[in-house]
Design a protein around this ligand. Structure first.
Ligand code: NDP
Length: 329
């Protein structure tokens, strides 16, 4: 039985952990009806939390992390997939409770997979990854709410991160005036190249604010949470909405009900992990229609599997720009 390279996280002591690059075999894989030869994965904020042990996300030890992967089906007992099919996996607890994408092979339930759209290479699918697909879910939530470019600007927080970068490109392509909130003034050119019309410093939003402020935007896409989300809501126009998907600043929401009951503002919760297949396919349709190859390239840095553990610490330190693709094989 031939081996494949994998990152493995194991318990060290009662609460500690160690992450290492090792070699595993098919016998180490978990149950599933489809075995995939993984060609690419990607590094998301959640992967950073798992690799550094900064949050109790791992539910099974030892574990191959990596919440996303793209690759080719090697063997399938599932009628929807056959050997050679190109497939994508995002979420479903992979890289948390089930072995994930930072390995040469994965075995999963076929129900968790989608076919990779013809328009995307495996590397491009991972440049999108959970972060990009979540950005698409946020944009769909905002537009499904009835927000149009005529409604007013849309603010994107955590702008230079993975979710933020993709959300900016999608919103700009759809014709929205995009306000990018970032803590990294040095990324202004990058954000402008993605399609941001205005850039604001995230310190404008990250401190405790008033229950209601000046109405500045028709909608928001927030990957930051905490005071930032509270301020986003307080400064959303009458009848507007904010799609909330992240917690880069904090898990708390120190807000008042004022925006909801005085301005009819809606808070739209976004979960990518358990999102049903139909919603995923809609998100990928939006991505393939609006994310061109040049935009994907602008957002993406590629690293080998060997560099993933170090990059996990970087993403938690807020040092990563856009998306990181991991070349697995
Ligand atoms: P990234 O690390 O790529 O981006 C996060 C960005 O948030 C950073 O680049 C930075 O942007 C900003 N940021 C970081 N720390 C702070 C802080 N203390 N205060 C304010 N802003 C901060 O992560 P992703 O884009 O991959 O993920 C973003 C968030 O979305 C994470 O919390 C992640 O867990 C969550 N998420 C949730 C999903 C879901 O299903 N709900 C799916 C995917 C992600 P800048 O430098 O521009 O200020």
């Amino acid at each position: 039985m031939s081996g494949f390279r994998a990152i493995l996280i194991s318990r060290e002591g009662e609460k500690g952990q160690k992450a290492e690059l090792t070699t595993l075999t098919d016998a180490d894989l978990m149950d599933g009806d489809v075995t995939v030869r993984v060609t690419h994965s990607t590094l998301n904020y959640k992967d950073g939390l798992v690799l550094t042990g900064k949050a109790p996300i791992v539910r099974r030890w030892p574990l191959i992390p990596g919440i996303d992967f793209a690759g080719e089906v090697e063997a399938s007992g599932n009628p929807d997939f056959k050997t050679g099919d190109r497939v994508i996996l995002n979420g479903w607890g992979v890289g948390e409770t089930h072995h994930g994408g930072f390995a040469g092979k994965a075995r999963v339930k076929g129900d968790w997979l989608i076919h990779c759209p013809d328009a995307l290479s495996n590397a491009e699918a991972m440049a999108i990854g959970t972060a990009g697909y979540t950005a698409a879910l946020c944009v769909l939530a905002v537009t499904d709410h009835g927000t149009t470019p005529q409604s007013g600007p849309v603010v994107v927080t955590g702008a230079a991160g993975g979710v933020g970068s993709t959300a900016i490109v999608l919103l700009a392509k759809l014709g929205f005036h995009v306000i990018a909130s970032t803590g990294r003034a040095s990324e202004a050119d990058y954000l402008g190249a993605l399609g941001a019309d205005e850039i604001i410093d995230r310190s404008e939003l990250s401190e405790p604010g008033r229950p209601l402020g000046k109405e500045r935007w028709a909608a928001g896409v927030d990957s930051v949470g905490s005071h930032t989300l509270a301020n986003l809501l307080a400064q959303t126009k009458y009848g507007g909405c904010v799609a909330a998907c992240g917690l880069a600043q904090g898990m708390d929401l120190p807000a008042s009900v004022a925006p909801f009951i005085l301005r009819g503002v809606s808070l739209l919760g976004i979960d990518s992990v358990m999102a049903p297949k139909a919603k995923r396919i809609r998100a990928y349709d939006l991505l393939t229609a609006n994310l061109d190859k040049a935009a994907i390239a602008t957002m993406t840095t590629t690293i080998p599997l060997d560099d993933v553990i170090a990059a996990g610490a970087d993403i938690i330190a807020g040092k990563v720009r856009g998306r990181i693709v991991v070349e697995v094989s």
